[in-house]
Design a binder for this molecule. Structure first.
Ligand SMILES: [Zn+2]
Length: 136
């Protein structure tokens, strides 16, 4: 039997859809945090907000609500009035991305949040879908 492995491999590679490669482009930003006394600072807060295309004050409200503590933004940093490990913050942040960033229809992260008649919608730039989401 004549078996040309290389040309079979090449054919298989060509069959991989292009948008699978696009999905790999988005990487979940990593939180850079530090505990200072009884507070925790997220030092790259503005950067992680812009990577997921969210307003920093909107994202800060989410952290305030999830941890039930006051928060404040100072320069590039979000300060939480509570000690939290980086892992805890990262997990909450990834929950936010799952619930408020990824499109519910096509699963792309190219979305914006929009409030209409007190309902929060995720609007997708990739497929045009508009889906209601829970309140922050
Ligand atoms: Zn979509």
């Amino acid at each position: 039997m004549n078996f040309d492995y290389e040309s079979l491999l090449k054919k298989a590679m060509e069959k991989i859809p292009k948008n699978k490669e696009n999905k790999k482009r988005f990487q979940i930003p990593q939180i850079n945090s530090q505990i200072e006394g009884n507070k925790t600072s997220i030092r790259n807060f503005l950067e992680i907000s812009s990577k997921i295309r969210r307003n920093p004050s909107q994202l800060s409200k989410y952290f305030a609500k999830e941890f039930a503590v006051p928060v404040s933004i100072k320069g590039n940093t979000l300060i939480l009035q509570k000690k939290n490990s980086r892992e805890t913050l990262q997990n909450k942040f990834e929950d936010y991305i799952k619930n408020f960033v990824y499109c519910k229809v096509c699963n792309e992260p190219d979305t914006i949040l929009d409030k209409e008649d007190r309902i929060l919608f995720i609007k997708c730039d990739a497929c045009g879908a508009k889906t209601a989401t829970k309140k922050i």
